[in-house]
Design a protein around this ligand. Structure first.
Ligand SMILES: *[C@@H]1O[C@H](CO)[C@@H](O)[C@H](O)[C@H]1NC(C)=O
Ligand SMILES: *[C@@H]1O[C@H](CO)[C@@H](O)[C@H](O)[C@H]1NC(C)=O
Ligand SMILES: *[C@@H]1O[C@H](CO)[C@@H](O)[C@H](O)[C@H]1NC(C)=O
Length: 527
């Protein structure tokens, strides 16, 4: 009688079943919610694979003063307005010199370009040729030729035009871009590749990176050099500022291009000034060339350029030659480089770099590419390093004998090898005395030539801008799914899953307690 009485509540079926049914239902709900969360996330993550209908291509010819480079870019068709999706897939250096050196024989420039274009054709699917845009942008070499002889510059551009009309691609024109454009496009490329404009947040929406800083851009070509950055304060000096609107954000970019301050033209100016101050009329002792290096240069090489023609000697004879003898003296080289800069024109103003050019104080990170990168690379430096390290590497490089250079340089080429000591000193002078980087701000400069496989060069920014691939408005940015809907769904199902879980744990605990109390009662009753 005792036993029957105590067992009764535990075996009562009406007491257990109401708890079992909801438990099963809740469990199914929990599984469903998890399945939904996983599905939404997977679909979002794999959106690219699910939707990708194919790739698109674009070609840019960077017609620099020393050479022409062909870049092939590629991007997923439906994502053209996303940031960071355009990649460089191929790069070809056109043989020979820059297009501006074809001033007297423009018909000859097509052949070397054609060799590169043949390789380009192998990289792009045949059926996409017609829809692949080709742009040719010429920089300082052509700007100088146009200043010197506009007819010749036009003939060169016409020759390029004629060549490309016979090509299967969609040719969008050959033009000479301005120094400011070159500076801003380089700045756009660097920041685009580094993901400074937009980034994907965890809801897979494109957002402006929180507190994102942009990086300044330092570009050193053969004939000009560009500095572009966002200053501490927006400057009123609109001559030096370009307004850029990207993904709904406005940027005021300070930019300046120093014509004739590319490394080749600067070196020519230096040699020309050395010849003028030399006592001998056909011999230059150059402290920036390595010891034991000797070469013969023509007067045309020294004075034929727009950058040096105004200092031509009275009795200028283009074919006359000059002997140049290297003395490998780093201290003297540093000193001689200073003649290239006019600081008195700044009249002690703080917001002035040199030659009277306005420049706000440098701020934040910088990326130094092209000639800057190749020069420090020859000194075995890359990335970030201190000003003292740069100075000591330069010092030991400049003290090397000419016969040693083939052993310490990874790739030996006479005209590059003889000039590294000059370009290192030139860079030092330009960055420290010109732009006013100091021991503290110098390590903020990152010497880098590419991000991933994409070169940091103005050409990518140029193509992105001309194809409208960086919309000025943010609402034109393409979202994989409305981000608030996605966030809402995810939140709802996560909350469901949590509630189910809490309920399951709760019912489990209650059942346990019942069982235990049953057991206790049972034991009690038995005693
Ligand atoms: C650069 O390094 C050399 C040799 O180490 C040294 O004599 C010179 O003072 C340094 N110059 C600067 C500006 O640090
Ligand atoms: C650069 O490093 C390599 C390998 O460590 C060395 O052989 C070469 O001499 C160095 N070059 C310079 C310019 O210091
Ligand atoms: C990119 O933006 C432009 C306008 O800026 C628009 O015309 C174009 O359709 C957009 N492309 C995609 C794939 O969203």
């Amino acid at each position: 009688m005792f036993t029957a009485l105590t067992r009764q509540p535990c075996e009562q079926t009406g007491f257990r079943i109401p708890y079992k049914m909801p438990t099963i239902v809740t469990f199914v709900f929990l599984l469903l919610s998890i399945a939904v969360i996983v599905t939404i996330t997977l679909v979002q993550v794999n959106q690219k694979e699910v939707l990708s209908p194919g790739l698109m291509y674009g070609i840019v010819l960077d017609a620099g003063s020393t050479r022409t480079t062909v870049y092939v870019y590629q991007w997923p068709a439906e994502k053209e307005n996303d940031t960071g999706v355009v990649n460089q897939t191929f790069k070809c250096n056109v043989k020979g010199r820059g297009i501006s050196s074809y001033g007297s024989n423009p018909q000859e420039l097509a052949k070397p370009i054609d060799d590169c274009m043949d390789k380009v054709k192998e990289k792009i699917p045949f059926h996409l040729y017609r829809s692949t845009p080709v742009y040719l942008g010429a920089t300082a070499g052509m700007r100088l030729l146009r200043l010197q002889n506009e007819t010749r510059a036009n003939e060169v551009l016409e020759s390029v035009q004629n060549y490309f009309t016979s090509q299967p691609f969609e040719f969008r024109g050959a033009q000479i871009i301005t120094g400011q454009e070159e500076g801003v496009y380089g700045w756009i490329t660097a920041n685009y590749l580094m993901g400074n404009f937009l980034e994907k947040n965890i809801w897979t929406a494109w957002v402006h990176p929180h507190g994102a800083e942009t990086t300044g851009a330092l570009d050193l070509g053969g004939a000009s050099t560009q500095i572009s950055f966002i200053p501490e304060e927006t400057t009123k000096n609109s001559n030096y500022t370009r307004q850029v609107e990207l993904y709904g954000y406005k940027y005021s970019v300070y930019t300046h291009s120093f014509q004739c301050y590319g490394k080749d033209e600067a070196e020519k100016k230096l040699l020309a000034s050395m010849l003028q101050s030399s006592n001998e009329k056909s011999r230059i002792k150059n402290p920036c060339y390595p010891r034991n290096y000797e070469t013969v240069l023509t007067m045309e090489y020294l004075y034929g350029s727009f950058c040096t023609e105004f200092i031509r000697p009275e009795n200028y004879n283009p074919s006359q030659t000059v002997n140049v003898i290297g003395t490998g003296d780093p201290a003297l080289c540093r000193e001689s480089v200073s003649v290239l800069f006019n600081f008195t024109a700044c009249q002690g103003r703080e917001d002035c770099s040199f030659n009277g050019i306005f420049q706000p104080k440098v701020k934040g990170k910088f990326v130094a590419f092209s000639g800057f990168y190749y020069t420090v690379n020859a000194l075995n430096l890359t990335g970030q390093f201190s000003l003292a390290d740069f100075n000591s590497s330069m010092w030991s490089f400049c003290a090397q004998n000419w016969d040693q250079l083939p052993f310490i340089l990874p790739k030996f080429d006479e005209t590059y090898a003889r000039s590294y000591c000059f370009s290192a000193n030139y860079i030092y002078y330009l960055l420290v005395h010109g732009y006013k980087f100091n021991a503290e701000t110098w390590p903020q400069i990152h010497f880098q030539k590419e991000v991933g496989n994409s070169s940091i060069a103005w050409s990518l920014g140029y193509m992105l801008s001309l194809t409208n691939m960086i919309p000025p408005e943010s609402d034109q940015v393409w979202f994989p799914m409305n981000p608030s809907l996605f966030a809402g769904l995810l939140l709802f199902f996560t909350a469901m899953a949590l509630l189910c879980l809490i309920f399951l744990v709760y019912s489990c605990v209650v059942t346990r307690m019942r069982k235990n109390s049953c057991h206790v009662e049972h034991v009690f009753a038995a005693e």
